[in-house]
Design a protein around this ligand. Structure first.
Ligand SMILES: [Zn+2]
Length: 446
């Protein structure tokens, strides 16, 4: 059976991921993502109303015109997890393919919300939920399997396309976490079994390939967070925390530790309300009944007024804005645009790392300076990454022992350290290690 891989997006950058695998006459698409930084750099861009071709020209979504060079029919579109760089282009591209969108339940719900807010295109693809551990037949001899992985958003999977020529394992995005706070540990046993059965190709997320050692578990970030918040237990002023709103495990830890130090947690900001509300509705997390989640400006302001009148020492607002995004809640608080008044000595906890990108770094610097001007104390970097470091990559290669390797989810520069790891493992560029760009085809079996 002919096996061909189209590396469509995310092979020159982190963002707008899209890869297609052809097995005989059938094609499965993995991810359709958005590169948000290409959108945010322009003022007042509303992607909801934009045409796909304009977004492709901006470099915001994958240029899927290369799909016309793949001979075969798309049988499934498979987003791996709910981050926008993996699902954010579905509402702009999926309607061009007569195929269902197959995803884990939490991811699928986020995809549905993306489609609902789309204003330019009517996206009518079937939405099919599939759990980790389940399989779906694609055609005679070709089967799709979801393997449970751990990442900085819940319900992440690595899809595996089983073909008569061996398995194609799509390895974006994950860390090896045996104690992930929410959900099951990564299913390394299954990866080892798949390795024993034979892996034709492994496509791997190289985000942190340049970092030594292994990525710590989410339970380490949880302990770090507990340590920081407990140290503030006797402080009788304001404490504010911020993290990735899609990081439900972290939000859950913040909510629990707020209670431990005698404060009422409250989630503020549109995306806080969206992700935590969805996770609770789907039973991934059990928040206290009286946990407030507010996204709309009026209800947020009302909550801040209530906090100011009852006393900041009784509350822990958990807000958006960990990257200093200009319109996010924490930045508005820092600018004094909300009824919440920061005072000398108040504490701001960033349970996040600055995404190393000049725009983020500049915005975050500005937000921290504004917070500092009001006397706020900053607790930074209480976080672990969702991506494998070097030893994690080594562990995955040992488990899978693939015949071919394709690095992804990075720029050319970012691929280099992964190439070092792969070469140490015996892979050779031009032989079985395929360094590629957006828009290329790699024929593995002719
Ligand atoms: Zn991700």
């Amino acid at each position: 059976m002919e096996i061909e891989i189209a590396t469509i997006g995310g092979y020159e950058e982190v963002g707008r991921q899209m890869t297609a695998v052809r097995a005989g006459n059938d094609v499965v698409v993995f991810d359709m993502g958005l590169n948000l930084s290409k959108v945010l750099i322009h003022d007042n861009v509303e992607t909801e109303r934009m045409h796909s071709l304009d977004l492709i020209d901006m470099g915001a979504i994958p240029d899927d015109r290369v799909m016309s060079d793949l001979e075969g029919d798309v049988q499934a579109i498979v987003p791996t997890h709910g981050h926008l760089d993996h699902i954010g282009a579905i509402s702009k591209l999926a309607h061009r393919y007569d195929a269902p969108i197959v995803a884990s339940p939490f991811t699928l719900e986020l995809v549905k919300q993306e489609i609902d807010s789309e204003e330019k295109f009517g996206v009518e693809n079937d939405l099919r939920a599939m759990e980790a551990g389940e399989t779906m037949s694609i055609s005679e001899g070709v089967e799709l399997e979801f393997v449970n992985v751990t990442h900085s958003v819940i319900d992440a999977i690595n899809p595996v396309l089983h073909t008569p020529e061996g398995a194609v394992v799509y390895g974006l995005d994950k860390r090896i976490d045996h104690d992930p706070v929410i959900g099951d540990p990564i299913d390394m046993d299954r990866f080892r079994q798949i390795g024993d059965e034979g892996v034709l190709c492994y496509i791997e997320d190289c985000t942190n390939a340049g970092k030594k050692g292994r990525t710590p578990s989410e339970s380490v970030a949880r302990r770090h967070l507990k340590d920081a918040l407990t140290s503030m237990e006797d402080y009788d002023g304001g404490i504010v925390a911020t993290t990735f709103s899609s990081h439900i495990a972290r939000v859950k830890s913040l909510v629990e530790f707020a209670d431990d130090i005698g404060r009422q947690p409250v989630l503020l900001g549109r995306s806080m309300e969206k992700y935590s509300g969805t996770a609770e509705r789907l039973d991934f997390v059990d928040f206290p009944d009286d946990l407030g989640m507010y996204g709309h400006r009026k209800s947020v302001d009302r909550t801040f007024e209530q906090i100011m009148s009852e006393g900041k020492e009784d509350y822990l607002p958990i807000v958006t804005g960990h990257q200093g995004e200009p319109r996010a809640m924490l930045t508005r608080m820092a600018r004094g645009e909300t009824p919440y008044e920061l005072e000398n000595g108040d504490k701001v906890v960033f349970s996040a790392r600055v995404i190393p990108e000049p725009t983020n770094e500049g915005q975050r610097y500005q937000a921290e300076r504004l917070l500092g001007m009001q006397g706020a104390r900053i607790y930074d970097d209480i976080h672990v990454s969702g991506h494998l470091r070097r030893e994690g990559h080594y562990e995955m290669l040992e488990a899978l022992r693939p015949d071919n390797l394709i690095p992804a989810h990075q720029s050319m520069e970012g691929f280099a350290p992964y190439v070092d790891t792969a070469e140490a493992f015996g892979f050779e560029i031009g032989e079985d290690l395929h360094i590629t760009r957006n828009g290329n085809m790699i024929q593995l079996v002719e």
